[in-house]
Design a protein around this ligand. Structure first.
Ligand code: FAD
Length: 289
């Protein structure tokens, strides 16, 4: 099913997982998926590493296939292009097709000095255009940045570039994580003025670990509102208290987003089904399954 069609019927509720690192046991991700599927998400997306589909011990395609074909849950395969050639993308598209996976989150990918950049694609819009030109029946989603992509000149330039991605064929957007809903509302207003009319899902990362969030924020530049900063100061060194406070903060964010008419909410689960379940249960009457 085309993910964009789900938004015509309801407020979408979805999850993101990542393939386990080489050294981690593969069983944990199977257990995670088993528990996440019981929460009835509209879809589960699976991230893609800069090193390609072969780096993990369960690849993006393996996991998407399991989500779709074993659990009957819709899925999106993330796919980045900086380190892929047209030939390697063709190979991946064929594998996705063979596994019945219809939805792709087309990304540029982050710059990683450990890998050699191939020069077939420069931006996510190039990959989007390429996938659409193949006419293989894929639906393409894209990423967007409520607090501006870190390499962009400014918000206007970033939104003009986002429009190119949508014009190339992306019919659904998922946002970078943010903690300040007002930043998201300002962004949505600008995006709509720019003539981008596809559904935009809000990316929500539950803050359950102070160190992890400091690393994320330094990578993506999300601002920390005073309310969250107080929670981090007070509970940051107490894992269980921080987890509960972070879940509660994420639930508050989601309720406010739904009250303000958000198209959908995408939870960055960090492969933690316990946190996903607590959030899912708390918003069960706010976002109908
Ligand atoms: P683009 O849309 O190509 O934008 C990158 C930069 O180039 C922006 O500054 C933009 O303004 C500019 N730009 C875009 N088009 C043009 C143009 N035509 N001319 C000039 N400038 C342009 N990374 C992974 O490696 N794997 C993942 O699985 C993954 N999943 C993600 C999921 C989500 C929801 C998000 C928000 C990010 C994800 N990322 C992932 C991170 C992403 O790869 C990085 O943020 C990356 O730096 C940008 O990717 P993009 O697809 O948004 O790039």
């Amino acid at each position: 099913m085309n993910i964009a069609d789900i938004f015509k019927k309801k407020t979408v509720f979805s999850f993101e997982v990542f393939p386990p690192k080489k050294e981690s046991g593969v069983e944990t991700i199977y257990k995670t998926l088993e528990e996440l599927k019981d929460l009835n998400p509209d879809f589960i997306s699976v991230t893609y590493g800069a090193g390609g589909v072969g780096v993990a011990n369960a690849t993006t395609i393996d996991l998407c296939s399991m989500i779709k074909n074993k659990y009957g849950v819709e899925t999106i395969a993330h796919l980045s292009c900086l380190y892929n050639t047209k030939e390697s993308i063709d190979e991946i598209l064929n594998q996705l097709k063979e596994n019945g996976i219809e939805n792709i989150l087309a990304l540029r990918g982050d710059v990683n000095p450990d890998f050699e950049v191939k020069n077939d694609f420069k931006y996510a819009s190039d990959l989007t255009e390429y996938i659409m030109s193949k006419n293989m029946g894929f639906n393409v989603s894209g990423a967007c940045y409520p607090e501006v992509h870190q390499e962009a000149e400014n918000m206007i330039a970033d939104i003009q570039n986002l429009k190119k991605k949508v014009d190339a064929g992306a019919d659904h957007l998922i946002s970078q994580l943010f903690f300040d809903n007002n930043a998201f509302y300002d962004f949505i207003e600008k995006v709509r003025i720019a003539g981008i009319n596809v559904p935009v899902e809000a990316g929500i990362m539950p803050v359950t670990n102070k160190k992890q969030i400091e690393r994320m924020v330094s990578m993506c530049g999300a601002s920390i509102p005073a309310k969250l900063s107080k929670l981090l100061q007070k509970f940051g060194d107490d894992h269980i208290a921080m987890r509960d406070a972070g879940i509660s903060y994420a639930v508050d964010q989601i309720i406010d987003l739904v009250a303000n008419g958000v198209n959908g909410v995408h939870i960055y689960t960090m492969n933690d089904p316990y946190v996903a379940k607590r959030i899912s249960d708390s918003v069960a009457n706010i976002i109908k399954k």
